[in-house]
Design a protein around this ligand. Structure first.
Ligand SMILES: C[S@@+](CC[C@H](N)C(=O)[O-])C[C@H]1O[C@@H](n2cnc3c(N)ncnc32)[C@H](O)[C@@H]1O
Length: 340
């Protein structure tokens, strides 16, 4: 960050209160496009989709759109992204010697809009929040594996020449096509949102991002998917393909010895049973350690536990960066939500 960048304290003052918008400018899908889709079940987000045609004004009769419904914890995440994107983009835009081009990357971009379960209104998803960020980023890269969401993202992008929408697995697309556009020596920097539903983010991707040394990330650590599928109390209950997903996410097999131990009990014959012996906080703590020691991120603040209405942790929101000021800004933003 340059010396010309606004002081970090000023930023926090300016970040202000969360604000949810029901419909931003440019809310339009293709005239003839009637989109009917519903997400499959996903941990922590349920399978509810909402009919929002009635909110579409006089277009309701033309298009019936089904957007995924989000709980309050997802709205908190979106507020955090909004605040940080604004802070980040303001600092990077102010940098003069040398000027830097800053890029926004949404690797699990989604459809770009949701229905708030709280208010019943349409709210922008993370790609739309990025497009509304002022000052703007120089480039935007949105990736999703779902063809319908890709079409919706293309609608959101409109004719903007600096937005690229990709259809496919972000682990491959990031490494092959997006990261080469954010090289340190090209004076480019990036903010990357890694927000899967479950264990879809591969460790090799996280490592490749860290190696660039130009990119800050928000990462959804999907503890609920992990516990339901890959980190069962009894390891014999874990299907081999779920264990493989965990290994791809974790980067190696070390999670087995970290999280499972022989039970300290007297066994007269046979093997001592092995059981999971750790808490959610231990699991995320071990991943933070990997982000610092294996991937090489210098600043990884304590994550924010995102809880549902019954107070169960749905996922942890992690931030990782090579910049101290970035870590400080996120600590300040997280602190507001920890208090609440
Ligand atoms: C939680 S949603 C993203 C929400 C978005 N970040 C937001 O807040 O508006 C996760 C998205 O990841 C997509 N997805 C799942 N696996 C993927 C993969 N391997 N590559 C790219 N997208 C993927 C899903 O289709 C879904 O749209």
């Amino acid at each position: 960050m340059s010396q010309n960048a606004p002081a970090f304290g000023q930023f926090i003052a300016r970040i202000g209160q969360p604000k949810l918008s029901n419909r931003g400018p440019g809310h339009s899908l293709g005239q003839a496009m009637a989109v009917h889709w519903c997400v499959q079940w996903s941990p922590g987000r349920g399978r509810a989709c909402s009919r929002v045609g009635s909110q579409m004004g006089n277009r309701a009769s033309q298009d019936v759109e089904l957007y995924e419904e989000i709980g309050p914890w997802t709205e908190v995440k979106l507020d955090i992204i909004r605040k940080y994107a604004h802070a980040y983009s303001t600092i990077l835009s102010a940098q003069e010697r040398p000027p830097l081009a800053h890029v926004y990357v949404d690797a699990f971009a989604g459809a770009g809009r949701y229905v708030s379960r709280r208010s019943g209104e349409l709210v922008p998803g993370s790609p739309r929040i990025a497009l509304l960020t002022d000052p703007p980023f120089q480039e935007y890269h949105f990736i999703d594996i779902d063809q319908v969401k890709v079409r919706l993202l293309e609608e959101i992008a409109g004719k903007r020449p600096n937005v690229t929408v990709y259809h496919g697995d972000c682990n491959k697309i990031l490494i092959e096509r997006v990261l080469p556009r954010i090289r340190y020596e090209d004076y480019r920097r990036g903010l990357c949102i890694l927000d899967p539903y479950g264990l879809h983010l591969e460790w090799r991707t996280v490592q490749a991002i860290a190696k660039m040394r130009t990119i800050e990330v928000f990462l959804n650590f999907p503890i609920m998917d992990m516990n339901r599928n890959a980190l069962r109390k009894d390891p014999n209950d874990v299907a081999p393909d779920q264990a493989r997903r965990m290994t791809t996410f974790w980067g190696d097999d070390s999670w087995r010895s970290l999280f499972y131990q022989k039970e300290p009990q007297l066994v007269l014959w046979g093997d001592q049973p092995t059981r999971k012996t750790v808490t959610n906080d231990d699991v995320v703590g071990a991943y933070l350690e990997r982000l610092r020691k294996v991937a090489g991120f210098s600043y990884v603040p304590q994550p924010l536990a995102m809880r549902n209405s019954t107070s169960a942790v749905v996922y942890y929101l992690i931030f990782a960066s090579h910049k101290a000021v970035a870590g400080d800004i996120v600590e300040q933003i997280f602190a507001k939500y920890r208090e609440g």
